[in-house]
Design a binder for this molecule. Structure first.
Ligand code: NAP
Length: 239
């Protein structure tokens, strides 16, 4: 089999009620997958599932809760593809960021992915399944104030190389988005305009990425059966 057809498969997405996770769920459902969205807000999950339609289901899940992550993964049955998008945002100069803030960030973006992989593994078929973790451009391409992201992203990218060997033939990859416009809900109109202008000036592509562009890349990593152990940069040319 040269490519996995997502039709008939089950895709579990953490942090799936918003942003890149939600766009990936929509695209996977359009291609015939059943998608199980997990996130921490039931209202947002309900709205997401309603938007996607009958191929979507949800579980309320905070990825900082190990038992809950285990219970949710076990409740799905067979998980063909796991995509771990849950994350918060921690931006501050290294000299100002507190140990507590750094630990809280790791608790979601690093330990959340670790827990999700551990809990999903017994339910993923090794020959045909895949795991896609999420890194980000803020590691190999650095910006001041983003040491928390740099640290987690470095850990994620190192780990996929290791897991691709240890868990083979199961495929394990990472997606590293560049600046993608998922921030509108957290910003005033003026802040959002300024964010878009700053990103536009920093990228050869001249604009932030759109979630659909990342969804296409996530599906490539799920579907392409000759791809494992890589981090795929989808970053508008950020250097
Ligand atoms: N957007 C970018 O520019 C960019 C760039 C590089 C990398 N990335 C990475 O891409 C991934 C997805 O980012 P995104 O931009 O799509 O983010 P997003 O729109 O904020 O979506 C992330 C989702 O994760 C949820 N979440 C947060 N904490 C959680 C927890 N403890 N348990 C379960 N869910 C939780 C969020 O819920 P709440 O809304 O309740 O917090 C949100 O629904 C992240 O790993 C991010 O670091 C993004």
């Amino acid at each position: 089999m040269l490519n996995t057809n997502l039709s008939g498969s089950t895709v579990v997405i953490t942090g799936g009620a918003a942003g890149i996770g939600l766009a990936t769920a929509e695209l996977a459902a359009q291609r015939g997958a059943t998608v199980v969205l997990t996130d921490r807000s039931e209202a947002t999950l309900e709205a997401a599932v309603e938007k996607i339609g009958p191929n979507a289901d949800y579980r309320v899940l905070d990825v900082t809760d190990t038992t809950a992550v285990e219970d949710v993964m076990a409740s799905v049955g067979t998980i063909d593809h796991l995509f771990t998008c849950a994350s918060g945002i921690t931006v501050a100069p290294f000299t100002e960021i507190t140990e507590e803030q750094m630990r809280d960030f790791f608790e979601v973006k690093w330990w959340g992915q670790y827990r999700s992989v551990k809990a999903a593994l017994p339910h993923i078929p090794k020959e045909t399944g895949s795991i896609t973790l999420v890194s980000g451009y803020l590691y190999r391409k650095v910006d001041p104030g983003y040491s928390a992201f740099a640290a987690v992203n470095g850990a994620v990218e190192a780990t996929v190389k290791s897991l691709a060997i240890e868990l083979a033939p199961l495929r394990v990859n990472a997606l590293a988005p560049g600046p993608v416009d998922t921030h509108k809900r957290r910003m005033s109109d003026a802040e959002h305009r300024s964010y878009r202008e700053q990103v536009a000036a920093s990228l050869p592509i001249g604009r932030p990425g759109e979630v659909e562009e990342l969804a296409g890349a996530a599906l490539f990593l799920m579907e392409n059966t000759f791809t494992t152990g890589i981090t795929l940069d989808v970053d508008g040319g950020k250097r």
